[in-house]
Design a protein around this ligand. Structure first.
Ligand SMILES: [Zn+2]
Ligand SMILES: [Zn+2]
Length: 359
């Protein structure tokens, strides 16, 4: 049996190890990809950290994490039509079934039978090869203008931001926007909202993150370190003529980010919740419900991105209006994944790291 190199989690919160494991077998409807670029996302770190047991996420250890996958089709099962060996593709992290009521309505992001690559044996991206189930649907072919690094951002962070900004918030030119948390998804939200013509205020606890936000289109930045969510809301209002913003994105998750986003909204404002909570909140945050009524605020959840929306997103990138690669911090090797994880708790990553060396 042919083997491949992979970064394996053996025990939650213990350093991961490079292992030689069998190349995944594929079924009739699957494809095997040779991975060419694999992003390292905070979600992988959350899973390694044992988070989200409160929403029934459990790890079937040992496991290979990684869900921001760009690769080349190496093999297809006998029932796969319309996808050929050698095609360059990315894989949405919500691998969908194609036949449940949500998939049939074009909402593959909330598929009833979805699989996450990093929770499905043989599909994690921190490896030389991955198996993609239901390959015709879950492999998105890439135009030549979209690089492997761009494409690795389309498995999760960028497509998540695209849905939050363009679809769920439906941000319009001239609107004011606040983005709380300038990590992977937050940066992508800043860039996309600015590209759509919004005035964007970026909020983060780190000066470097705010400097990065300015370079990708934020018109104002706000250092939140040491301020309460309410104080931040007041400052956002001061930056918007005393009104507050039309749209807020909580791109990080957790008590402070959620409350500061809500506190920043103008009357009638809409907040899109993109970030998930950690061990601190374990899924529940107390929100000012009377204010939500009094100010007619909306709170909107946003998860991933439907496969059906990829053509629009790919066009935005091909045309050069947005550029996921500019969020790149480093190209790394499989051996470096643990080091990147070790920087996650302190939010000391700046941009995203992509594995491009697998040998
Ligand atoms: Zn489905
Ligand atoms: Zn992710």
């Amino acid at each position: 049996m042919k083997r491949m190199r992979a970064v394996q989690v053996d025990t939650v919160r213990k350093p991961m190890n490079i292992r030689e494991i069998p190349i995944p077998e594929i079924g009739d409807n699957d494809a095997l990809l040779r991975v060419t670029a694999s992003g390292i996302c905070r979600t992988d770190w959350h899973l390694w950290n044992g988070d989200w047991t409160w929403i029934d996420v459990t790890l079937d250890l040992p496991l290979v994490l990684g869900h921001e996958i760009c690769g080349v089709v190496d093999k297809v099962g006998p029932s796969v039509e319309g996808l050929s060996v050698g095609t360059r593709v990315c894989v949405p992290f919500n691998m969908a079934c194609g036949h449940c009521p949500y998939c049939l309505r074009g909402l593959q992001n909330v598929c009833d039978n979805y699989e996450w690559p990093m929770l499905t044996q043989g599909s994690g991206g921190f490896a030389q090869y991955v198996r993609v189930p239901n390959a015709r649907l879950n492999c998105v072919p890439l135009p030549p203008e979209v690089s492997d690094i761009d494409a690795s951002a389309l498995g999760c962070r960028y497509m998540t931001a695209y849905r939050a900004v363009a679809t769920r918030a439906d941000v319009r030119a001239g609107e004011t926007v606040v983005v709380a948390g300038i990590g992977g998804v937050g940066r992508s939200c800043v860039e996309l909202a600015a590209a759509l013509g919004a005035q964007v205020i970026a909020v983060d606890t780190k000066v470097e993150a705010l400097e990065a936000a300015k370079k990708i289109g934020a018109s104002e930045v706000l250092l939140s370190d040491g301020l309460t969510p309410k104080q931040i809301g007041e400052r956002v209002k001061a930056l918007t003529g005393g009104v507050g913003v039309d749209v807020g994105f909580d791109a990080v998750g957790g008590h402070d980010a959620t409350l500061l986003t809500l506190a920043s909204l103008a009357k009638g404002g809409r907040m899109v919740q993109v970030g998930l909570t950690t061990q601190d909140d374990q899924g529940e945050i107390k929100v000012p419900i009377d204010l939500i009524v009094a100010k007619e605020l909306s709170i909107i959840g946003s998860l991933g991105n439907p496969h059906a929306d990829y053509p629009d997103l790919l066009r935005l990138i091909s045309s050069g209006r947005v550029n996921p690669s500019r969020h790149l911090e480093a190209e790394v090797k499989l051996e470096d994944v643990q080091k990147v994880f070790d920087r996650m708790p302190k939010f000391s990553t700046n941009g995203f790291s992509v594995i491009t060396h697998f040998d």
